[in-house]
Design a protein around this ligand. Structure first.
Ligand code: AMP
Ligand code: GLY
Length: 421
């Protein structure tokens, strides 16, 4: 069958690498892809925002399965567009725009969690109309204060502030459009003090299967310092996620979430990414995402032994209960090599050397492209180096030594992935 992956990051290269290994995949297309996905299939120059272009491409090229990588097209309704006449028969991994509100609107997600009694931080929804109530709520909390833009804000919409005055000022600025329309509505949350991890399900809206859990490292600097990024590295499995914690996650969070999705009648065939925090011995939801994580995918997918096309097709056809997941017990660690300056200003089109010489790790391209026969940088996050080993510390070590081999002007990576485990 012909398959299309939408996106151009490390997540999409990892999916392309895995899907291209399936004997069920006749032709793999990636829109728009990167220099790494070009090694697994055919890149097609269609942007992820071009929903009608994507749909037309699928009709013209007899695509039978579409895997949506990033959240943007989901929130914009790519799945809904595929439910129309001539593309109705095409399987698509990714929820409808309404269901994608679980990621696209913090207020929607909080209401959902409240309705289905899913443990999460106490909160209040604030707009210009109830600012005073918002300020009183802030005063009732102890620091630090958590303010979240309701809508998608390119990962920048969450502020965590120590000072009450600062929090009140930022709240005012947010409802006035500090993050544009995304922050006209703000969710104020109680701060949860704990350690974060993520679990992932694939659902058809009724049944679901679990994928391996992961922990990512979001801050740019060693020791979890500096600015938030999309993710500088990840580990799977997460050593502190033992049987008891996993059971609580399943009973208190995953099952009620999938029940909620079913009960609300959401059109949800796709991945559910549960961003969790362990406080004491108990898990709470920090956020939902309606897709796989990046760089979490770079450690989850390499641990799956199943033919991934079988798994994805089971979701599309409502037969997930027939799938037995076969997970490699080895740990996976990924180290993200980024452009100097990321997540702020960085330069592009630096020539990348030696990325094809790595033998002991998997090399997943993120922000790369081909220019004049050379592979060059094309984004902040450039290449993820993933290693599998029974010992996650050894896996990190091998990834780091291979990250040293890959060269480009201004490269940077965190040398301490997994330091807190
Ligand atoms: P979010 O976009 O909701 O995942 O928030 C981004 C990051 O902010 C999370 O990964 C956490 O590190 C932090 N965060 C968000 N909400 C809370 C909270 N209620 N308590 C503590 N930290 C939080
Ligand atoms: N690594 C976090 C995310 O994909 O949202």
């Amino acid at each position: 069958m012909n398959i299309l992956i939408i996106g151009n990051g490390g997540r999409e290269h990892t999916l392309a690498w895995k899907i291209s290994q399936s004997p069920k995949c006749t032709q793999l297309f990636i829109a728009p892809g990167n220099a790494g996905t070009a090694l697994c299939g055919k890149n097609v120059p269609i942007e992820v925002t071009d929903i009608s272009g994507i749909r037309q491409f699928c009709v013209d090229n007899k695509v039978e399965l579409v895997v949506v990588g990033p959240e943007g097209p989901l929130v914009d309704g790519v799945t809904d567009a595929f439910r129309n006449e001539d593309t109705r028969h095409i399987g698509i991994i990714g929820p409808s725009a309404y269901a994608a509100n679980l990621e696209g609107s913090k207020a929607f997600a909080k209401k959902f969690m409240q309705k289905y009694k899913i443990p999460t931080a106490a909160y209040l929804e604030v707009t210009r109309d109830n600012l005073q109530e918002g300020i009183s709520f802030l005063k009732s909390l102890s620091p630090p204060y958590v303010l979240k833009a309701d809508g998608l804000a390119a990962g920048k919409g969450v502020l965590i502030l120590d000072d009450l005055g600062d929090a009140c000022r930022q709240l005012l600025e947010m409802v006035d459009g500090k993050f544009g329309q995304a922050s006209y509505k703000v969710v104020i949350e109680e701060f949860l003090d704990g350690i974060e991890f993520s679990v992932f399900a694939l659902t058809d809206g009724v049944q679901y299967i679990m994928l391996p859990e992961a922990k990512d490292y979001k801050r740019a600097g060693v020791g979890d310092t500096g600015l938030n990024t999309g993710g500088m590295g990840a580990i799977s499995p997460v050593p502190f996620v033992d049987k008891a914690l996993w059971q609580k996650v399943m009973q208190r969070i995953v099952e009620p979430t999938i029940n909620g999705i079913r009960n609300e009648g959401m059109d949800y065939v796709g991945f559910v990414f549960f961003g969790l925090i362990r406080v004491g011995d108990n898990p709470y939801v920090i956020e939902y995402n309606c897709r796989l994580g990046d760089p979490e995918t770079e450690v989850i997918i390499p641990r799956i032994n199943n033919d991934i096309v079988d798994v994805l097709m089971a979701a599309v056809s409502g037969q997930l209960s027939s799938i037995q997941m076969d997970i490699n017990e080895d740990a996976a660690a990924t180290v993200m090599i980024v452009s100097g300056g990321y997540p702020e200003e960085y330069s592009k089109h630096k020539v990348i050397l030696h990325s094809d010489e790595i033998k002991t790790s998997l090399v997943f391209h993120a922000g790369t492209t081909e220019l004049g026969g050379k592979i060059v940088t094309n984004g902040g996050r450039v290449i993820a180096v993933t290693t599998l080993d029974p010992d996650f510390r050894k896996a990190v070590k091998v990834s780091l030594s291979n990250a040293q081999v890959i060269e480009f002007d201004g490269k940077y990576y965190r040398s301490d992935i997994g330091f807190d485990l």
